[in-house]
Design a protein. Structure first.
Length: 161
């Protein structure tokens, strides 16, 4: 697995925009699309933070949350008496259908979010950086060495090559 990483400012802005889009879709006729997007998002983000691609995390989240909601609904129906035990057991094959549909949907959405995330990372995500470390757009080029701190005085100085 890839080492854990932090989101850049641009990626966080993209996640905020994605959440905003999902919640905005909930108020329209495309509410199912917004709910499907918002169900996949937590697993995707956790998968990316842990250092993976986020696709597997999004698929787990996209399958687990709807199945848990359907199971809770089924148990509540059984407990309050609207469904008998045989009706509850007859509803179990529907869980397989929910799982298959959610697996396909969350796989597609997670893959699209990963592709968009790579675009937010830019060229450095695809090609290793040969000029040194980069943070927030600041790059230390080879002809201009990074300042180093002197351990005894605590002052920074430039080193010449």
């Amino acid at each position: 697995m890839i080492a854990p990483r932090q989101y850049t400012l641009g990626e966080l802005m993209g996640l905020v925009a994605l959440c905003g889009l999902g919640f905005a879709l909930l108020t329209t006729g495309l509410a199912m699309l917004g709910a499907g997007l918002l169900v996949v998002l937590p697993g995707f983000v956790l998968g990316r933070v842990r250092g993976g691609t986020g696709i597997v995390g999004g698929m787990i989240s996209g399958c687990a949350l709807p199945l848990i909601a359907a199971l809770v609904w089924l148990v509540i129906d059984f407990r309050i008496g609207t469904r008998s035990a045989t009706e509850a057991l007859n509803a179990l094959p529907a869980f397989y259908m929910i799982f298959v549909i959610c697996l396909g949907w969350s796989g597609i959405v997670s893959s699209l979010m990963y592709a968009v995330d790579l675009q937010f990372q830019g060229r450095s995500a695809l090609v290793p950086d040969r000029h040194g470390p980069s943070d927030a757009g600041i790059r230390f080029l080879p002809d201009e060495p990074a300042p180093t701190a002197n351990a005894s005085t605590g002052r920074t100085r430039r080193t010449n090559r």
